[in-house]
Design a protein around this ligand. Structure first.
Ligand SMILES: [Zn+2]
Length: 123
């Protein structure tokens, strides 16, 4: 099951307006969301718009996984970094291979009522 803040975040991606959180005082990225700034302790964390395009920083092919995803192997999971400094993990869509530094487009897939996953499609 996906955490409530994560569902909110994924729904924002789904409508094409992704967001992340940053500190209202020092501008540090607070991602994943937390109660206060990881840099200065400021409790005022604010929503900010997140780019939809990111750059691949690492990727790996998954051949063995938990039962929920077992019918889908092999698939590629990658970590992408946004210009805002946020890093997200998601599943690759649309291509079988990807390289470090490639641009990818952020997306989301709803698997059931409150179970969503982040996806990346080569840009
Ligand atoms: Zn701060």
């Amino acid at each position: 099951m996906t955490a409530p803040w994560h569902v909110e975040f994924l729904k924002a991606i789904d409508v094409g307006e992704p967001i992340y959180r940053r500190c209202g005082a020092c501008d540090a990225v607070g991602w994943p969301p937390r109660r206060s700034c990881p840099e200065c302790g400021e409790p005022e964390m604010v929503d900010a718009p997140l780019s939809t395009r990111a750059s691949v920083v690492s990727h790996t092919e998954i051949t063995a996984t938990i039962p929920k995803f077992s019918g889908e192997t092999p698939y590629t999971v990658l970590i992408a970094e946004f210009e805002e400094g946020v890093r997200l993990t998601g599943q690759l869509r649309g291509e079988e291979t990807i390289d470090r530094g490639d641009d990818v487009e952020l997306g989301v897939e709803r698997r059931d009522e409150d179970d969503w996953i982040v996806t990346f499609t080569p840009a």
